[in-house]
Design a protein around this ligand. Structure first.
Ligand code: PHE
Ligand code: ZN
Length: 878
């Protein structure tokens, strides 16, 4: 039982390591009843450490210590202290070899940190602090060592034995066992260590690097997944080429391996030369995976590959610098995805994630800067702020410097810090040094939490031909941070004349060749700009392409939004105008001002549905109404049911008014037989399935038949699941149940498809009631030990099915609290992530607010609460 609060770690307390490890020699003896780990470290005192440290301290977690020896001599018990979470070796010399033998039980490891078993294979997860669950070690990213790893296991059960680097030796042992030895020539922190042992099938290909080296590419999967590797392999090859072309980064080892595992806490992990993936983030075939998963896989394969430079060759000094690798790598993978598909769609998706989820996090009790200054449990800081806002911060540097200077900056960064463990400040300094720009104020983006609000007002002086824009920035107080300084914000802007044409942006009266778009740099609390030579009142297009992660407050009229929706040359802002218009219409229903849905919204949607000249990828996005989560994020004192009802009414109205257009859209996008992943083909499927969903939403009988047909004949999972989802969200109970049944019978052997089947039900407004969710937890395919299953039922219910989760009687909250308590014992990381929908209770109106708080309090009261859940719950209740 936890009796006192976990320790808080502060960035300000950072000290260089007292000892360095140059080389690690590992030997794993893997058995069914456990594993013995022999670890030999070449240790020396760090000359940069300010004092002379007397004792060597190594981190450990859940280890059984069997032996310790120094320079080959076994140490007596009075020469070291086994403190459980630390091994202290007393009075050590300046340089020595230390051997530690530990015993661990991977088969009982449900936390999935360190060495564990998943579907019969051994695998590891060491980031952030999992290596200490394998052996005693200075488990911090600024201790970088070269690793040699020998794995021994039964040959018939574990024919494949993998670790980082190159395999240098293999051989037979007694009792049907065998071994393989791996050597990684690159020094690395222990969080990048990996080991896999299993009966795996190998898919192989090659890649020839820009300098002509041939790399052996290997994807290892369970034999039943043999047909699901092609997309990941293609994505890997495209990523390798892209990183050479766009960043000048060549791969450095001779082998690059990917392994798919079913039980994994996160999406994937960039271990040097041996990436380990959650099966759902790597395996795909058109029959079993949707367009969304294909795109996600491409992005994650790229993300992990890009980490080889932004993360592995140059790594983090400490975990406060996590965004150094994650923000930058997300920025890199976003650039890749944009280049591989539709850049506008990618930008819309990223901005949507920021505005719905990251802004919410940044305004909530777990709010933290991109570079946090304290934490209790680092696993809680793999957040949207570190990843997505961190990527937006790098993107702003790119915007401020332009592509060429940015590339000079990244070249300098990689060259200057290759082989080092560094800070976000080092990254910014490389950008400054390469570009000659001063980013000192810009650094506040790393230090200050909270989403800046830009209050924009304008006025048009017709006589003088001057359009004035005033912009005020303020940054709200956040958990533990007040009185913030103005930040350096790139604000992209255009002005539209009466026919939608771009108005030149003259900042002085006689400016020649004035640009049609400008990136204004906001550095003060208040700015005003004057644009000269403007003939008629323009419509402003603000924060184009979401040029900074900020909220914009501008008193839009519906006329302006409709105008931008059809005329803005910035596709992103065309989409955004449509979103703001829909938000406004939904909100006016909630205010009860006028009972009817504005017909102009209907007309605007009709144009979208019927104009084939429009970019269909953009249209597919524009047709999606703002989500309940986004509407909640925009409100205070939230009444979830009121938001849900208003949004549903707008959807009803649109679908009824546009019934024929939707049917036509459905048929027009019938699609050809073969499955393609082009932006056009993806847009076609999205349009078709949106049309189906809307029509089933209003209970259209003809659409129900169409959905059943599509469900039966679909040649790909996008269409099959689209039809299933539409049915499951409809009032056609018998048809819904039949489709769910058929689907399960067809796919019960495929865990990734079963996860989608769970998600569709858990997210359904019709069938996803609390009772139905409880029934799903009893389903034979549900597995408490498998994070994907937990996420696809409980996570989807609490995080996406907002109207069902937020029942005024608090039943959804109590349910979630119970599941969090249950999971806390087996997998604290997952439990801590799952509890997050409850943490924002202050934002909600009564009775939601008190009921959420009460549920959190029951979690707080649980005996033996993990550090992970403790931190989240206590921070949200204070
Ligand atoms: N470093 C991984 C990534 O972003 C994420 C991860 C973190 C995976 C912690 C596992 C554990 O690519
Ligand atoms: Zn990452």
């Amino acid at each position: 039982m936890r009796t006192n609060q976990p320790r808080t770690i502060y960035l300000s307390e950072y000290r260089v390591p007292a000892f360095l490890v140059d080389h690690v020699d590992l030997r794993f003896e893997l058995f069914e009843q456990g594993a013995r780990v022999h670890s030999t470290l070449d240790v020396r005192r760090n000359p940069d450490y300010p004092e002379r440290a007397e004792h060597l301290e190594l981190d450990g977690d859940s280890l059984r210590l069997e032996a310790v020896s120094l320079n080959g001599v076994t140490l007596e018990a009075d020469h070291y202290q086994d403190q459980g979470d630390k091994l202290v070796v007393l009075s050590v010399p300046d340089q020595f070899q230390l051997t530690v033998v530990t015993w661990i039980e991977p088969q009982n490891n449900t936390r999935l940190e360190g060495l564990y078993k998943s579907s019969g294979m051994f695998c590891t997860q060491c980031e952030a602090e999992g290596f200490r669950c394998i052996t005693f070690f200075p488990d911090r990213p600024d201790v970088m060592a070269r690793f040699r790893t020998r794995i021994e296991a039964d040959k018939s059960s574990y024919p494949v034995l993998l670790s980082n680097g190159n395999d240098i030796e293999r051989g037979e042992l007694a009792d049907g066992r065998h071994f393989v030895t791996w050597e990684d020539p690159f020094p690395k922190p222990c969080y990048l260590f990996a080991l896999v042992a299993g009966d795996l099938l190998l898919k192989q290909d090659t890649f020839t690097t820009c300098s002509g080296r041939e790399i052996d590419l290997r994807i290892y999967v369970e034999p039943r997944n043999a047909t699901k590797c092609e997309h990941a392999m293609d994505s890997l090859q495209r990523s390798m080429r892209w990183d050479e072309t766009v960043y000048g980064r060549e791969y450095d080892l001779d082998i690059f391996m990917i392994v798919a595992v079913d039980d994994f806490n996160m999406g994937a992990m960039e271990n040097k030369g041996l990436n380990i993936f959650n099966s759902s983030c790597v395996l795909a075939s058109p029959e079993t995976a949707t367009d969304a998963s294909f795109q996600r896989i491409e992005a994650i394969v790229a993300h992990e590959y890009f980490h080889n430079w932004s993360g592995n060759r140059v790594t983090c000094r400490d975990w406060f610098q996590l965004s150094l690798k994650e923000g930058f790598t997300v920025f890199r993978d976003a650039g890749f995805s944009a280049d591989m598909g539709s850049p506008i769609v990618k930008r819309i998706e990223d901005a949507t994630l920021m505005r719905t989820a990251q802004f919410a996090e940044d305004a909530g009790p777990m709010s933290h800067p991109v570079r946090p200054s304290s934490y209790m449990e680092i696993s809680n800081f793999y957040t949207l702020t570190i990843y997505e806002k961190g990527a937006e911060v790098v993107r702003m540097i790119h915007t401020l410097l332009g592509p060429d200077l940015f590339r000079k900056g990244s070249d300098l960064y990689f060259e200057r810090h290759d082989g080092q463990a560094v800070t976000t400040d080092d990254f910014v300094r490389a950008m400054e040094d390469a570009s000659g720009r001063d980013l000192s104020q810009f650094r506040l983006w790393y230090e200050q939490a909270g989403t800046p609000v830009l209050t924009v007002r304008d006025e048009f002086d017709a006589e003088a031909g001057i359009y004035r824009l005033s912009i005020e920035q303020s940054i709200p107080d956040t958990a533990g941070q007040t009185d913030k300084k103005p930040q350096h914000i790139p604000f992209a802007l255009g002005l539209l004349g009466p026919d939608g044409e771009a108005v030149p942006l003259r900042l002085s009266e006689n400016e020649a060749d004035a640009p049609l778009e400008r990136v204004l740099e906001l550095t003060e609390a208040r700015h005003s700009f004057e644009f000269h030579g403007v003939q008629t009142q323009p419509v402003p297009s603000l924060l184009r392409e979401f040029s900074a992660p900020v909220r914009v407050d501008y008193p839009w009229t519906r006329e302006q939004l409709l105008f931008l929706m059809s005329h803005d040359s910035d596709g992103f802002n065309r989409w955004d105008a449509g979103q703001q218009l829909a938000v406004d219409v939904i909100r006016s229903l909630m205010d009860g001002e006028n009972g009817a849905v504005d017909e102009r919204l209907v007309d605007a949607y009709r144009v979208l549905l019927n104009d084939p000249a429009l970019d269909q990828a953009l249209v597919a996005k524009m047709l999606l109404l703002p989500s309940e989560a986004y509407l909640i994020e925009l409100s205070n004192d939230v009444d979830v049911q009121a938001i849900h009802e208003a949004r549903t009414r707008v959807l009803d109205h649109l679908a009824n008014a546009l019934r024929d257009d939707l049917l036509a859209c459905f048929h027009r996008n019938a699609g050809s037989g073969d499955y393609q992943l082009t932006p056009e083909a993806i847009a076609g499927r999205s349009l078709r399935n949106t049309a189906l969903a809307w029509l089933l939403h209003i209970g259209d009988q003809e659409a129900c038949t169409l959905a059943q047909q599509q469900f039966d004949v679909a040649g790909n999972m996008t269409d099959r699941l689209g039809a299933l989802r539409a049915l499951v969200n409809s009032r056609f109970v018998a048809e819904r149940e039949a489709a769910l049944e058929t689907f399960y019978q067809c796919w019960e052997a495929d865990p990734q498809v079963v996860e989608q089947w769970f998600s569709v039900q858990a997210g359904s407004q019709q069938s996803g009631t609390l009772e139905a969710i409880k029934a799903l937890l009893q389903h034979p395919a549900f597995d408490w030990k498998n994070p994907n299953k937990v996420r696809s039922v409980i996570g989807v219910f609490a995080g996406q099915n907002l109207a069902q989760f937020h029942q005024p009687d608090g039943s959804g909250y109590r349910f979630l609290a119970d599941q969090v308590c249950r999971l806390d014992d087996s997998n604290p990381q997952i439990a801590a992530r799952l509890v997050s929908p409850l943490t924002r209770w202050k934002k909600f109106a009564q009775p939601y607010c008190s009921a959420m708080k009460e549920a959190l309090e029951t979690v707080r009261a649980k005996d033996g609460l993990s550090k992970d859940v403790y931190e989240v719950v206590h921070k949200s209740l204070r």
